[in-house]
Design a protein around this ligand. Structure first.
Ligand SMILES: C[S@@+](CC[C@H](N)C(=O)[O-])C[C@H]1O[C@@H](n2cnc3c(N)ncnc32)[C@H](O)[C@@H]1O
Length: 245
């Protein structure tokens, strides 16, 4: 269980990972073969930034799945506020065992979340939920250049499975997909995630000055951001746009 300070820093942010509506829409535009009202599953939806963007941009129905009830509750409030609640079904479940029938979706979406079950394993499991010829758009933290030593050491410690784009394309193929396209999220998508975290951490640090565990939780975020800014653009989340073979 994360320290409560982690939840105070991150818990009610509108997005729980790097991304933007512009990147979500860019990925969607690549998937031109969708029906006019696609059936979509959004795995690890969190508070639903991308869920809302997908609902606005398509006439589709979205099953928004996440393990954590507070995120689903927040998405419900946002969907109701945006008048989109009738097209977004909230599903509390483990993304490794999604409670959906085979072939029940035209599109599987997942931003910043498949790492929880592993890129290849997640894609393979979710592929069973897609109709033949169904599509998938999934982001995965990926090497896109030569990392400085400290960057490499940090991510080898925190996410040893992290691979480059070529290796991830091979993983997607092994999981039963054809790679249609891929692109790396821009620096601004990371700042959209990190800027609110930095602002919140600055407010919380004095309040938790006597709580070493809380300060450590806040410091962990600071360190991740330092690593990112010192990484010379050697990694990013990459959108993989896929078609089930
Ligand atoms: C980094 S956040 C990304 C959330 C959202 N897609 C976004 O970009 O704002 C990862 C999400 O995966 C969810 N999650 C983690 N493990 C999960 C699991 N086994 N099954 C379902 N959701 C899970 C977390 O609760 C969290 O909402």
């Amino acid at each position: 269980m994360a320290h409560p300070a982690w939840w105070l820093v991150n818990g009610d942010l509108d997005q729980q990972g790097p991304g933007s509506d512009a990147s979500t829409l860019r990925a969607l535009e690549t998937l031109a073969e969708l029906p006019s009202t696609p059936r979509i599953a959004d795995m690890g939806c969190g508070p639903g930034r991308q869920t809302l963007a997908l609902a606005r941009a398509t006439g589709g129905h979205i099953a928004a799945l996440d393990l954590l009830p507070p995120f689903l509750k927040r998405l419900r409030t946002r969907a109701e506020g945006a008048g989109l609640a009738d097209r977004i079904a909230l599903v509390q479940s483990d993304m490794a065992r999604p409670p959906f029938a085979a072939s029940s979706f035209d599109l599987i979406w997942s931003e910043g979340a498949v790492y929880n079950v592993g890129f290849e394993a997640g894609l393979a499991r979710w592929g069973e939920l897609l109709r033949p010829g169904g599509l998938a758009a999934v982001t995965e933290l990926s090497w896109i250049g030569e990392p400085p030593t400290e960057t490499l050491a940090f991510w080898q410690g925190h996410y040893p499975e992290m691979a480059d784009v070529e290796a991830n394309c091979k993983r997607a193929e092994r999981a039963g997909y054809r790679v249609l396209d891929h692109f790396a999220l821009p620096h601004s998508d990371w700042r959209a995630y990190y800027d609110p975290i930095e602002a919140r951490a600055a407010k919380l640090r004095p309040r938790y000055a006597d709580d070493p565990r809380a300060l450590a939780a806040i410091g962990h975020q600071d360190h991740e951001i330092e690593i990112f800014e010192g990484s010379r653009g050697s990694y990013s989340y990459v959108f993989y746009l896929l078609r089930k073979d």
